[in-house]
Design a protein around this ligand. Structure first.
Ligand code: DGL
Length: 258
């Protein structure tokens, strides 16, 4: 393993770029390869076995690109497949999980809300985490339809606003003081969510924590890149337009049949 090999990052689509941005900002010298499996999005409604199979396929692709470390920039893939990935491959994996701990620890009302996919909320890993915080009431809401709208470039659409209102209003009424965004697509909805939530409700996601953890694993196990600078590479197996837009058209997107 050579320090200057790239970090591989995958998601079911474009949402994991919210995690890529945090990693790129914290570790600008690291070469990154991002894989958007948008053709198979959303993962959230798929069976555990389908999510494992897709996650292995994504990992095989990134390993062919010689990645030294893999970041699963998808809560659904992490909570359903990280154990199987770690047992099959020797490359280190970093996963993303909903930030229940900081929300539950800091909540004053002891009532928090989480918006995530069905696959994440039903997973054993997520349920083990929530059991540890049984003093906190956790209001779980599946974000049906949100990923599909984001993947089709409809972040600011009236449909999005309607769905968000219907998911968040019961949480506001239940007196949450934290909203956990448990899907890597959802940070792109923060401006919309802020229009709906009263200002005292804090919104948290796990992007910065994943970047920090990536830094720790590089420091302790894998090694930092010694390159002066790096140009990230993005791959998608679907229409590159929305991925390019979410990256403010700053990067070239490679289309692959995958
Ligand atoms: N972005 C993913 C997550 O963090 C998956 C969304 C999906 O494909 O349903 O859960």
């Amino acid at each position: 393993m050579n320090n200057n090999q790239p970090i591989g990052i995958f998601d079911s689509g474009i949402g994991g770029t919210s995690i890529w941005k945090e990693i790129h900002q914290l570790l600008p010298n690291e070469k990154t390869i991002y894989l958007a499996d948008s053709r198979n999005a959303p993962y959230g409604q798929k069976s555990k076995q389908e999510i494992i199979d897709l996650s292995m396929k994504n990992t095989d692709f990134l390993l062919k690109m010689n990645c030294k470390l893999i970041v699963i920039a998808c809560n659904t893939a992490t909570t359903n497949a990280i154990q199987e990935l770690r047992s099959k491959y020797s490359v280190p994996f970093i996963g993303i999980e909903p930030a229940i701990k900081p929300a539950a620890t800091n909540s004053r009302t002891q009532i928090i809300g989480i918006l995530a996919t069905q696959g994440t909320l039903n997973s054993e890993l997520f349920n083990k985490t929530t059991e540890m915080f049984h003093d906190t009431k956790i209001i779980e809401q599946v974000g049906h339809g949100l990923v599909t709208l984001i993947e089709s470039g409809q972040i600011n659409s009236p449909e999005m606003s309607k769905l968000l209102h219907s998911y968040l209003t019961p949480m506001i009424e239940a007196n949450i003081d934290y909203l956990v965004l448990g899907c890597s697509h959802y940070p792109y909805l923060i401006p919309q969510i802020k229009k709906i939530l009263p200002p005292h409700i804090q919104i948290i996601d796990s992007g910065q924590a994943v970047a920090k953890q990536t830094q720790n694993i590089l420091r302790d196990q894998v090694g930092f890149s010694t390159a002066e600078e790096s140009t990230p590479i993005f791959y998608t197996n679907s229409d590159p337009k929305v991925l390019s837009e979410i990256l403010e058209n700053k990067y070239k997107i490679e289309e692959i049949d995958f």
